[in-house]
Design a protein around this ligand. Structure first.
Ligand code: HEM
Length: 508
C-alpha cells in the first residue's frame, strides 16, 4: 500500500468512526439525559447509594418499595425499573411482542451465544422454543437429568466433601483449614452436570485429580467477559475495542474460539459415532437439525442457562439453611418420611414428593433470585398498567430481587426465611402467581429448565444436608449481614461479604 493510500484509509476509518460515534450520541440524547438532577439520578451518578446499601440491587429494592407505583425511572440510564406485578404481566404476556429482548442485548451476547434461544426474538425464538420444549417436556429427559445429577453427586460431590470432612487437603480446591468454598464446588458441579446433560461430554471439573478443562476455563471467561460488556458506560466502548481487537475483547475472541472449536469437535464426533440412540440434548436436537452452527448455538445457550443459575441458587440456599437449623431439621425429617432414613433418592417420582424441600428452595430464591433482574427493550411507545409512559427504545427492567422483598406481595414478614409461606394447610406446595415471583421469568418466555433445575437443586440439597453437618465458617459477627454480589448476568457471592465457606462432618 502506498503512503497516500494508507493515509486515505486512516482518514476514512476516522470519519466512519466519528460518524458512528455522533449518531450514537444523538440517539442516546434522544432517549436519555446525560445529566439529570433528580434525586435518584443524582445518587446514581455520585454512587452515594454505596454509603447505605451493600449492593445496587438493595438500593433499587429500597427505591421500588418506596415508590407508590413500584416503578422508578433512572433517566441517565434510559431505564425504567419495575417491581409491579401488573407491569410484569403486561411486559411478559399481554404486550409480549412490544417488549422483546432487543438488539442491545443480542449484541452484547451475540458473539458468545450466536443465534441460540437466549439471544433471539421473533420467528427464530419461536422455532427454537417449540423444539426445545418438545424435548424438555419429555419424561425421559427428566429421568435422564435425574440419573446424571445423582451420578455426579455419588461419584464426585460426596467423595469430595468426605475428604474435606476427614481433614484431607484436596488439590485444586481452596480448602484452607478444612474450610471449603461451596460456591466454587457448586459451579464445578453444575458445569459437569449441564455438559453431560447437553453434550454427553464430561469436563470432570469436580474430579479432584484432574485440572480444570480448557473448555470450562474458556466458557467461564467468555461468559464473564460478555457480561462485562453490559457494564461499559456505552456499547461503543466494547465495540471499538472489538474492532481494534484490544484488551478484554481480544481475550473474549480467543475464549469464544476455544468454545467453538470444542463444540464443533463434539458435534463432529457425535456424527461419526451416530446419535440416534443417545439421550443427551445435542443428540436429540441432531435428530431434527442439521445446521452445525445452529446446533452449537443451542448447546452453548443451554450451558449458560443451566450452569451459573444452579450454582447461585445452591449457594444462597445453603447460606440460608445453615443459618436456620429449624428449616434444615424439617427438610431432613421430610426426606426420612418420603425416602426412608439413611436411604438415597431412588427416582424422579420421589423427588416430586418433597414439598417442604421445594418450598425451602422457592423461598431462598425469593430472597436471592439467581437472575436478579432482566431487561427488555420497548419497540413502540406504550403505557404500563400503572400509568408509566414508555417511549420506544427505552429499556424496561423487571426486578425479581426487589419483588421478593415487597411487603405488598409477601406481607410484613417479607424479610424472614419462611418455607411455610409456600405450603397449603395439608403440606402440599402452593404455586404463587408467576408475575409476582418471576424468578424463572414468566409468561411466554418462562424458563424451560425449571423442572430440571428443581431435580438438581433438590438432589444436591438432600445429599449434603442428610450426610454432612455443614457449618458456616464466616465469623459469627458477620453471619447475618447482607451478602455482597459481584456484577454479572447471574448473582454470585463476592469476596468481602459473608462468603459461603463450610466445614463438613459425615453424618451417615
Ligand atoms: C435455578 C435455576 C434457574 C433459574 C432461576 C432460571 C431462570 C431463568 C430465567 C429468569 C430465564 C429468562 C432469561 C431471559 O429471557 O433473559 C430463563 C430462561 C431459560 N432457561 Fe432457565 N433458569 C434456571 C435453570 C435452567 C436450567 C437448568 C435450564 C436447562 C437445562 C434452563 C433453560 C432455560 C432456557 C432454554 C431459557 C430460555 C427460554 C426462552 O427464551 O424461551 N434454565 N431461565
Amino acid at each position: 500500500m502506498t503512503e497516500l493510500q494508507t493515509s486515505w484509509f486512516s482518514l476514512s476509518f476516522i470519519l466512519v468512526c466519528s460518524f458512528l460515534l455522533f449518531s450514537r450520541i444523538f440517539r442516546a440524547l434522544r432517549q436519555r439525559y446525560l445529566w439529570c438532577n433528580c434525586e435518584i439520578c443524582h445518587v446514581y451518578l455520585t454512587s452515594s447509594w454505596t454509603k447505605q446499601f451493600a449492593n445496587l440491587c438493595d438500593w433499587y429494592s429500597h427505591l421500588l418499595s418506596k415508590s407508590p407505583t413500584k416503578t422508578i425511572h433512572i433517566h441517565v440510564l434510559g431505564n425504567i425499573v419495575t417491581a409491579n406485578p401488573n407491569n410484569v404481566e403486561y411486559m411478559l404476556k399481554t404486550r409480549f411482542d412490544n417488549f422483546p429482548k432487543g438488539k442491545p442485548f443480542s449484541a452484547i451476547l451475540g458473539d458468545f451465544l450466536g443465534h441460540g434461544i437466549f439471544n433471539v426474538d421473533g420467528d427464530s425464538w419461536r422455532f427454537q422454543r417449540k423444539m426445545a420444549r418438545l424435548e424438555l417436556d419429555r419424561y425421559s429427559i427428566r429421568s435422564f437429568a435425574f440419573e446424571i445429577v445423582n451420578n455426579e453427586i455419588e461419584s464426585r460431590l460426596i467423595p469430595l466433601l468426605s475428604s474435606f470432612s476427614a481433614g484431607k487437603s484436596v488439590s485444586g480446591f481452596d480448602g484452607n483449614g478444612g474450610v471449603l468454598d461451596l460456591q466454587d464446588v457448586f459451579r464445578r458441579f453444575s458445569f459437569d452436570s449441564i455438559c453431560r446433560f447437553s453434550f454427553g461430554l464430561d469436563p470432570m471439573c469436580l474430579e479432584m485429580s484432574v485440572p480444570l478443562s480448557e473448555f470450562a476455563v474458556s466458557f467461564d471467561l467468555a461468559s464473564r467477559l460478555s457480561a462485562e460488556r453490559a457494564m461499559t458506560a456505552s456499547p461503543l466502548v466494547w465495540k471499538v475495542k472489538r474492532l481494534l481487537n484490544l484488551g478484554s475483547e481480544k481475550q473474549l475472541k480467543v475464549a469464544i474460539n476455544v468454545v467453538n472449536m470444542l463444540a464443533k469437535e463434539v458435534i463432529r464426533q457425535k456424527r461419526k459415532m451416530g446419535f440416534s440412540n443417545h439421550m443427551d440434548l445435542l443428540s436429540r436436537f441432531m435428530r431434527t437439525v442439521n445446521d452445525e452452527s445452529y446446533l452449537r448455538d443451542i448447546v452453548v445457550s443451554f450451558l449458560l442457562a443451566g450452569r451459573d443459575t444452579i450454582a447461585s441458587a445452591l449457594t444462597s440456599f445453603f447460606w440460608l439453611v445453615v443459618n436456620h437449623p429449624d428449616v434444615e431439621a424439617a427438610i431432613c425429617a421430610e426426606a426420612d418420611r418420603v425416602i426412608g432414613p439413611n436411604r438415597n433418592l431412588k427416582n424422579f417420582e420421589q423427588v416430586q414428593k418433597l414439598h417442604y424441600l421445594k418450598a425451602a428452595i422457592y423461598e431462598s430464591m425469593r430472597l436471592y433470585p439467581p437472575i436478579q433482574f432482566d431487561s427488555k427493550f420497548c419497540l413502540y411507545d406504550d403505557v404500563l398498567p400503572d400509568g408509566t409512559v414508555v417511549k420506544r427504545g427505552t429499556r424496561v427492567t423487571y426486578h425479581p430481587y426487589a419483588m421478593g422483598r415487597l411487603e405488598e406481595i409477601w406481607g410484613s414478614d417479607f424479610m424472614e426465611f419462611k418455607p411455610e409461606r409456600w405450603l397449603r394447610n395439608d403440606g402440599v406446595f402452593r404455586q404463587e402467581n408467576p408475575f409476582k415471583y418471576p424468578v424463572f421469568q414468566a409468561g411466554l418466555r418462562v424458563c424451560l429448565g425449571k423442572e430440571m433445575a428443581m431435580v438438581e437443586l433438590k438432589s444436591v440439597a438432600l445429599a449434603l444436608l442428610r450426610r454432612f453437618e455443614i457449618k458456616l465458617a464466616t465469623p459469627p459477627s458477620q453471619r447475618h449481614t447482607q451478602p455482597r454480589f459481584s456484577p454479572g448476568l447471574t448473582a454470585t457471592f463476592s469476596g468481602g461479604g459473608p462468603r459461603l465457606s463450610v466445614a463438613g462432618f459425615r453424618r451417615w
